[in-house]
Design a protein around this ligand. Structure first.
Ligand code: AMP
Ligand code: MG
Length: 324
């Protein structure tokens, strides 16, 4: 007999004008948790000496999102302005590498990302086509430094939320189920998880863990650090229990020869990364590490939503375009 996995029935989030009174109350609660979370985390980064950069929406250089096994982009938005082709921001990774190398050693950005995900991702509950990353980078930092920073930030956030947002968490039935995580989070190697769980390791891992965990050694885009001798990647994802990936990050490549080799290997268009390549050749790209936290996913986990677009005032569900 074959066993069939049951796909949970997910109701797709509606636009503001279509909500019932109880749905509006829920939306307002989630909105308060988003506000609290933004204030708490941006405060933590500012207090830790990070500079707050404002985002850009159009650039020649943006995240290739390739080759990332998790990426599923239906369309890339490119327009010409002033006679030059620009793309909408998929992530500000290239900006972070250059900015942290040159003028802002510790930086963060609340960065709106546009990724036109395939419409079939509407019901994963984890994908939206516009979202915001709390994207940060620190010159000379190691993966361990980033683990410590993120673990402290998450523990501080959940502790404060449980103290200050009891009413909202109770309305959302999360008061008892959300637990303050403990340091240090376990670290798993992606290869071991694949051996244990097979191709669907992400879903299985999210369902099986009781506490947040790190996953390392994930082959993906050229800017994450890869040890050419061992073949291991010094990068990481943070997985939250009963939810899944909420953050991706890495120690970064800074050496010209490696960056160039990997861009060629990935068959990514060199002309889109010519400034990064030039600066790396001049030795101006400095070692760094960082990560991006998906704000809708983080708040979605805190609020216990079925679909992360519930955390958006103006939902961006793949395949659906509302008026607002
Ligand atoms: P990435 O580096 O591509 O993994 O993106 C960084 C973080 O942004 C992820 O860990 C997610 O929290 C979030 N993210 C990425 N893609 C999406 C999406 N389509 N919808 C919502 N959040 C996303
Ligand atoms: Mg990721």
């Amino acid at each position: 007999m074959t066993t069939q996995k049951t796909v949970p029935l997910i109701e797709l989030p509606k636009s503001l004008d279509q909500l019932s009174a109880s749905e509006i109350e829920r939306k307002a609660c989630i909105g308060k948790i988003m506000t609290y979370t933004l204030r708490n985390l941006t405060g933590k980064f500012v207090d830790s000496g990070f500079q707050w950069l404002l985002p850009v929406a159009l650039s020649q250089s943006t995240d290739p999102l390739w080759p990332d096994p998790g990426a599923s982009i239906e369309k890339r938005i490119e327009v010409d302005i002033y006679g030059k082709p620009v793309r909408t921001t998929a992530s500000m990774i290239i900006h972070k590498l250059i900015a942290s190398s040159i003028a802002y050693p510790k930086l963060f950005i609340l960065s709106p990302n546009i990724r036109i995900e395939k419409a079939e991702r509407a019901k994963t509950g984890k994908h939206i086509y516009e979202f915001t990353q709390l994207d940060f980078e620190a010159r000379d930092a190691t993966s361990k430094d980033i683990f410590a920073l993120v673990e402290d930030a998450l523990i501080g956030l959940v502790t404060s939320l449980k103290r200050d947002m009891k009413t909202e968490l109770t309305t959302l039935c999360r008061c008892d189920t959300i637990k303050v995580p403990k340091k240090s989070f376990k670290i798993y190697d992606k290869e071991d998880l694949e051996t244990e769980y097979g191709a669907d390791w992400e879903t299985e891992l999210a369902a099986s863990i009781k506490d947040p965990v790190w996953v390392t050694n994930i082959p993906r885009e050229f800017y994450d650090f890869e040890d050419f001798k061992t073949g291991k990647w010094d990068n990481y994802d943070l997985f939250l229990p009963q939810f899944g990936e909420v953050l991706s990050g890495a120690k970064r490549e800074w050496e010209y020869s490696k960056i160039f080799k990997k861009i060629e290997r990935d068959q990514v268009k060199k002309e889109n990364y010519s400034l990064l390549i030039k600066l790396a050749k001049e030795g101006k790209i400095k070692p760094s590490a960082g990560a991006g936290i998906g704000m809708e996913r983080l708040v979605g986990w805190i609020a216990g939503v079925q679909h992360i677009a519930e955390t958006q005032p103006f939902p961006r569900v793949p395949g659906t375009v509302h008026q607002l």
